[in-house]
Structures are given as structure tokens and as C-alpha cells.
Design a protein around this ligand. Structure first.
Ligand code: ZN
Length: 490
């Protein structure tokens, strides 16, 4: 019974996270997308975080809780929460209605903000107040459609374009096939809705400032692929050679966890370490890297006593481990669960509470801010990337958000939140989701636990006490057991 209640609870949270009080439409040639909106008439405002997924660009906090920047093409918007004044490059505009943050998402007034988008973009963008619709003129797209068909010896993917475009195709771990188009403007709505998805686990389509990317995660492995450009109509054909892509209805909806059906190998990831200190306590200069390791070791001890589990730790001492290495350790071990342990931090002294995250594209700006902080080591140490190029970061974070384990990860996150509520006696900031690099590279259900705030005097004190850390570890351990009981099929 308890299990039933829990899963209903989890479902409820999942649904409530994704609903605002109303929606507006974004109409492109490829179809119509709905985005969240609040207020009415002149005060009707829509979620810029969601419109970004149609237009591209990069949206992030400049100062958490205070101001937000949105870079789109060469334009830069800066919003101050609660103020109707915004800047577009160096010019100040009065939107009349203040911009607001609701449930962590930035909402901008439709009637006064949409014309500014039109000002800076080559396509026509207009706001139709009576139809509550943003219209994006179709002509602008040069990647217009997609078709996927199963052949006897493989799978044929066709991407339709208005003229021959440059592209680069490459494969990546987890059966992903990615195509970068340096000059593309992609009709996302169309690309994301091919009529035949049987052989795909997932399609992603991202519009960046000057380029676009389409990624496919195939359900099965393949020998190799080749590509060619065809005319009338103009299209890129990608032929994926594999006899296993034949009609097989049993493929649809087959879910599984980990490499086998047993849930027994648990990876515990103590956040940060070595030269990466993580957050620093405001009062006693406590280092996040040390607290995370202590909680991780406590948790490992508990799990090891329980003979039904095996524990793997990404680090057991104060040393630097890159986010890539952490993911590799988990993937190589064919682990069933990945738990990353952290402490939160904020410029606001009063910010407090515990919070559990799972991996999904960040919907809230607050969640995005946490992800940005935890992803920072990635920017520092991974080679081959321009550290100052924000687009590179956005690319990596958005690119290939793996969604295979979202349901399980969300469920585990709610279980951990529930257990933490029982024991920690500090505020719960609820479960949220964001694009954490370390979670995105592990192919298993995963969560990231922010135990409490090091930037909060009271909570820093708690984090320094072994009894509090033990409670954090116990909560996670109980959640792991609940998860096993619910999902293991033997
Ligand atoms: Zn951290």
C-alpha cells in the first residue's frame, strides 16, 4: 500500500512540476508548441525558459534570484526580477509589466517583450493577443522535416532541407548518432515528431545561435552507417546498417534498468575533491569536498553491511576526479544506481534546506543555477573546449540529455526527499531536475543530493556534525532499499 501511495505521490509531483495555470501557443511552420503562461490581458506573461527551446539561445542567472541574462544570436537581454525595465544590448526598454519568476521560471510579458524578439531576429515574430499565440514566420527554417523508415538491412533516416547545408556526423557512447549543422535553422517541432519512432529511444533537436544539432539514440547497436545528399527534394540520407532493424513490435515500450534485472551495484559519488573544493562554508570555511566525502563514506559503510548490495565509490580520499571519470567508473561497473552527494550554497545567507535533483533538461532557472555551479569543474578541466564560450557549455549540457531513466530517477529522487524530510528536520526544497553533467553521462537511474546549505550559518553547523551527516546517509540508504523493492524484477 505504501508503495502505491509513494508512486501516486511521485506522479503528482511530476505533473504539478510541469503545469502552470495556463498555456499560450507558439506557431511555426512545423506545428504548434505550447508553453506555460501566467496572468491575463495586458499582464499575460509566458515562460521564456520554454520559448528558448524553440528559438535557441542561452538563458542563465547573472545573479541568482536577482537578474537573468538571455543571449540570443548577437543580442543580449538582461532582466531584473520584479522590474519592467530590461536592457537589450545597451538600450533600456520598459516592458510596462514587471518580469517575474514563478516556480523558478522566468516569465516575460507577451505583448511588450515579443516585439523585441522580432527586432533582433531575421524571421518575423509576432504576438497575436486574441489567439494567445506567438507566430514565427516559416520561411526562416532551412531544415524542415524528417523521415525514418525501416529497411530490410537497416534503418534509413532522411533529413529534409531547403538547400544543401554543411554537416558533420559523429557517434557517441550509448548508441547516439549526432549531426551538427553549422548554419542551420531547424524546425524543431517537425524534427521532434517523425511518424515512425519505433527504432529510436530518443530524438533531440537543438537550435543554437548559429548552428543546430539533431541527435538520435538508437534502440539497437549497428555495424556502420553511410550518408549521402539527395536532391528533389533536398535531403540528407543516413543509412544505418543493421539487420536487427526489422519490424519487431516487441521493441516498443520495453523498459529496463541497468544491465541486468537486479538492483545491487550502487555507485556513491562524493562531489568535488582535491583542487576542486566545491562550496565553502560562510561561517567556518567548511569545504564541501570534505563533507561530501564524509557523508559518502558513512553511506558506503551502511550499504556494505547490507549484503544484498555492492558499493563502488568514485573517490575515497581527498583527490580530484573529473566528472567524466566519475561517470566512467559508474558505467564500467555496470552499476544500477548512481548517487552524487553535494552541499548547496547561495549568495543569500538565508537560503536553506535539502534538495534532491534528477537529470532532465532544467525547467527552472533556480535549478539551472545549481547545475551551473556543480558543472563548473567540467569547464575548468575538460580539454578541447573554449572555457569562455558559454555556447560550448550550453551545448554539452543540452546535448544528449539522456531520458531513458527519467521516470526511475525521479522516483528515486522523491524517495530520497521523503526520507530526508523524516530525519533531517530542515526545510525540504522539494525535488527538482536540471542538466547535471555528471548525471547525464551515467547510463542508469541517478540522483544528485544537496544535503544542506554551507552558505547558511545554521546548516553549516549541522553539516559539521556527524549525527546530521549520518541522518543524510541513512535517508539515502532507506531510499535505495525502497527503490530496490519497487523496481527489481527477478
Ligand atoms: Zn557540489
Amino acid at each position: 500500500m505504501r508503495k502505491v501511495i509513494l508512486s501516486i505521490l511521485a506522479l503528482f509531483f511530476l505533473v504539478s512540476l510541469s503545469t502552470a495555470d495556463q498555456t499560450i501557443k507558439v506557431k511555426t511552420s512545423g506545428g504548434t508548441e505550447k508553453i506555460q503562461a501566467i496572468g491575463k490581458d495586458d499582464r499575460l506573461s509566458y515562460s521564456l525558459s520554454e520559448l528558448q527551446s524553440v528559438l535557441g539561445g542561452d538563458l542563465k542567472w547573472r545573479q541568482p534570484g536577482i537578474s537573468v541574462a538571455y543571449n540570443l544570436d548577437t543580442a543580449r537581454f538582461v532582466f531584473t526580477i520584479g522590474s519592467p525595465y530590461i536592457t537589450l544590448n545597451d538600450t533600456i526598454f520598459n516592458l510596462v509589466v514587471p518580469v517575474t519568476v514563478v516556480r523558478g521560471e522566468l516569465f516575460v510579458p507577451a505583448a511588450t517583450f515579443t516585439p523585441l524578439l522580432d527586432l533582433i531576429r531575421p524571421e518575423n515574430i509576432s504576438w497575436d493577443g486574441s489567439a494567445k499565440t506567438i507566430r514565427v514566420n516559416a520561411e526562416w527554417f532551412n531544415i524542415t522535416d524528417i523521415n525514418i523508415s525501416a529497411k530490410q538491412n537497416g534503418l534509413l533516416i532522411e533529413i529534409f532541407m531547403t538547400s544543401p547545408l554543411n554537416f558533420e556526423i559523429y557517434e557517441s557512447e550509448g548508441n547516439w548518432l549526432n549531426i551538427d549543422f553549422p548554419e542551420a535553422r531547424i524546425d524543431r517541432a517537425k524534427i521532434l515528431s517523425p511518424s515512425n519512432r519505433t527504432y529510436l529511444r530518443k530524438i533531440n533537436a537543438f537550435q543554437f545561435d548559429a548552428s543546430a544539432q539533431i541527435s538520435f539514440r538508437l534502440r539497437r547497436g549497428y555495424k556502420n552507417f553511410h550518408h549521402t545528399y539527395k536532391t528533389n527534394p533536398g535531403r540528407l540520407q543516413i543509412a544505418i546498417e543493421s539487420e536487427s532493424f526489422t519490424a519487431d513490435s516487441s521493441l516498443v515500450g520495453s523498459g529496463r534498468i541497468g544491465p541486468d534485472e537486479k538492483i545491487d551495484v550502487i555507485v556513491i559519488d562524493a562531489g568535488h575533491g582535491g583542487t576542486d573544493f566545491g562550496a565553502i562554508g560562510r561561517h567556518k570555511k567548511t569545504r564541501e569536498k570534505q563533507i561530501t566525502l564524509e557523508i559518502a563514506q558513512e553511506l558506503a559503510k551502511m550499504i556494505r553491511k547490507d549484503k544484498q548490495f555492492k558499493v563502488i565509490m568514485t573517490r575515497t580520499k581527498d583527490r580530484y576526479v573529473s566528472l567524466n571519470q566519475r561517470a566512467k567508473i559508474a558505467n564500467d561497473a555496470k552499476a544500477d544506481l548512481f548517487i552524487s552527494i553535494h552541499c548547496n550554497s547561495s549568495t543569500k545567507k538565508s537560503a536553506n534546506g535539502h534538495q534532491v535533483f534528477y537529470l532532465a533538461p532544467a525547467k527552472s532557472d533556480a535549478a539551472r543555477a545549481v547545475a551551473q555551479f556543480e558543472n563548473a569543474p567540467f569547464l575548468i578541466d575538460e580539454s578541447g573546449l573554449d572555457k569562455n564560450n558559454e555556447n560550448d557549455l550550453a551545448f554539452i549540457l543540452n546535448d544528449m540529455i539522456q531520458t531513458e531513466f527519467i521516470t526511475e530517477s525521479a522516483d528515486l529522487a522523491y524517495m530520497a526527499d521523503l526520507e530526508m524530510r523524516k530525519r533531517l528536520k530542515i526545510k525540504s526544497r522539494n525535488v527538482d531536475h536540471a542538466a547535471f553533467f555528471v548525471l547525464n553521462r551515467v547510463y542508469m537511474p541517478s540522483i544528485l543530493v544537496e544535503s544542506a546549505f554551507l552558505s547558511n550559518k545554521n546548516e553549516e553547523k549541522k553539516l559539521r556534525s556527524s549525527s546530521f551527516r549520518k541522518k543524510v546517509a541513512t535517508s539515502i540508504y532507506e531510499a535505495i532499499k525502497r527503490f530496490k523493492a519497487k523496481y527489481e524484477r527477478i
